[in-house]
Design a protein around this ligand. Structure first.
Ligand SMILES: Cc1cc2nc3c(=O)[nH]c(=O)nc-3n(C[C@H](O)[C@H](O)[C@H](O)COP(=O)(O)OP(=O)(O)OC[C@H]3O[C@@H](n4cnc5c(N)ncnc54)[C@H](O)[C@@H]3O)c2cc1C
Length: 392
């Protein structure tokens, strides 16, 4: 399919960049992935995967390898942070899988990264280069010149910027500055399951919801690990204080919550704080032979747990767009942008709405929300999320 003898250059070997590399290689393109880190890897926390993402893995031929490493959660449960009452529960059982064609599951991010990395390494069309930070590019009439590392240069047919939230390539294409901090911070921790008392465990993905705060937890690695994330509003959202000070603030913030929630937070190791950031949707993902993918194009808050899911869908979609427009690569990138911006913008915007929904602090607003949820049945939730989970 691919006329150019130059490789497609991908900046960034995260979940989006590796998916694009594999999908393009499978369509016959030569791909060079430049990753700034000294080795290809991922930070070690959990990640939720909807059925739309497994649909992509099926197309890439890595569905089974991924399923071998997941924990199949039994449902999505939202609990009131003070009363401990369930606000909503969406089963992700066999009927769910039948309905959406694939399961809902959670995976250790390192395991998913390894599946993709392994498939890329086995493909002769993919070349992976670490310690290669992309510093700039020059769009040419018939391709792109990419500057990386200590003064190295490579000519590519295309440059895909899969370089994450603080993408340098986005800075050139969109120029909308740093992502906007929304005043919330996250702490993440992974525990051996045996350290978690029986009554605090669940096979659901659980979200405890309270005013300006929530926590999420679920098992990983066949239930051997417990993944716990605490998110709350604080003027010190980007504090780099020592872990003891950070932990004290965490415990104070949740001090009035349900005893189970407090017990969970006591278990956390707090070694760093992640500020939560946001960007507005844009359609400016491509110019000439250069485009954006994943968080570089459409970063989202994690309310819908679909940031990586969208990056993975992008990777599969862009390979098809290129394969189908191989004789006009800028047109292929335009087609990719047009085909993807609306769905990803919907994820960004609905994630924002959901963020509010999780964090209401007005008591009447909370009561109304809870009453509305009590009137919803499983089918209502499936219909609400059909646009997302049925995939592309
Ligand atoms: C707390 C939290 C929970 C989340 N939970 C979920 C979830 O459950 N489900 C889900 O789908 N998503 C989730 N997400 C979102 C998800 O992590 C991201 O959307 C996803 O990792 C984006 O993938 P990416 O490949 O676009 O970017 P990244 O994963 O950020 O990868 C970018 C890569 O580019 C490299 N890079 C950066 N600059 C350069 C450069 N100049 N040159 C070369 N390489 C460079 C980086 O080193 C990195 O390897 C969560 C996010 C957070 C913060």
């Amino acid at each position: 399919m691919f006329a150019s003898d130059k490789p497609v250059v991908i900046a960034g070997g995260g979940l989006g960049g590796l998916t694009a590399a594999l999908a393009l290689a499978q369509k016959g393109a030569r791909v060079r992935v430049l990753e700034q880190a000294f080795q290809f890897g991922a930070i070690g926390y959990g990640i939720q995967l909807g059925p739309n993402v497994f649909k992509m893995f099926e197309r890439l031929g890595i569905r089974q390898q991924t399923l071998d490493r997941v924990f199949r959660s039994t449902g999505l449960r939202m609990i009131d942070a003070f009363s401990g009452d369930t606000i909503l529960h969406i089963p992700t059982d066999e009927a769910y899988e039948k309905r959406f064609g694939h399961p809902y599951a959670v995976i250790h991010r390192v395991d998913l990264h390894d599946v993709l990395l392994d498939a890329c390494r086995k493909h002769s069309n993919v070349e992976l280069t670490d310690s290669a930070s992309v510093a700039g590019f020059e769009d040419l009439p018939d391709g792109v010149r990419v500057f990386y590392g200590d003064g190295q240069v490579i000519e590519g047919a295309l440059l895909i910027g899969a370089d994450g939230l603080r993408s340098g390539i986005r800075a050139s294409l969109v120029g909308d500055g740093e992502p906007r901090a929304i005043g919330y911070a996250a702490h993440r921790t992974l525990l051996p399951m045996e350290d978690v008392p029986e009554h605090l465990r669940s096979s659901d993905v659980v979200l405890w919801s309270g005013p300006s705060m929530h926590i999420v937890h679920y098992p990983l690695r066949r239930g051997a690990l417990f993944n716990l994330v605490a998110v709350f509003k604080t003027p010190r959202y980007d504090s780099r204080d020592n872990p003891e000070i950070l932990k004290r603030e965490l415990l104070e913030t949740y001090s009035a919550t349900h005893p189970h929630m407090r017990a969970l937070l006591e278990l956390m190791t707090v070694d760093r704080r992640w500020p939560i950031t946001d960007r507005d949707p844009t359609r400016k993902w491509n110019s000439g032979h250069v485009c954006l993918l994943g968080d570089a194009a459409h970063p989202t808050s994690q309310s819908l747990a679909q940031g990586a899911g969208m990056a993975i869908e992008d990777g599969v979609y862009i390979a098809s767009a290129i394969a189908e427009n191989a004789d006009d690569l800028p047109a292929a990138l335009e087609r990719y942008t047009r085909g993807r911006y609306l769905r990803t913008a919907r994820v960004q915007l609905e994630s924002r709405q959901l963020w509010e929904f999780y964090h209401f602090d007005d008591p009447i607003e909370i009561e109304v929300r809870n009453q509305q949820q009590s009137e919803m049945n499983t089918e209502d939730y499936y219909k609400c999320l059909n646009w997302l989970w049925s995939g592309i």
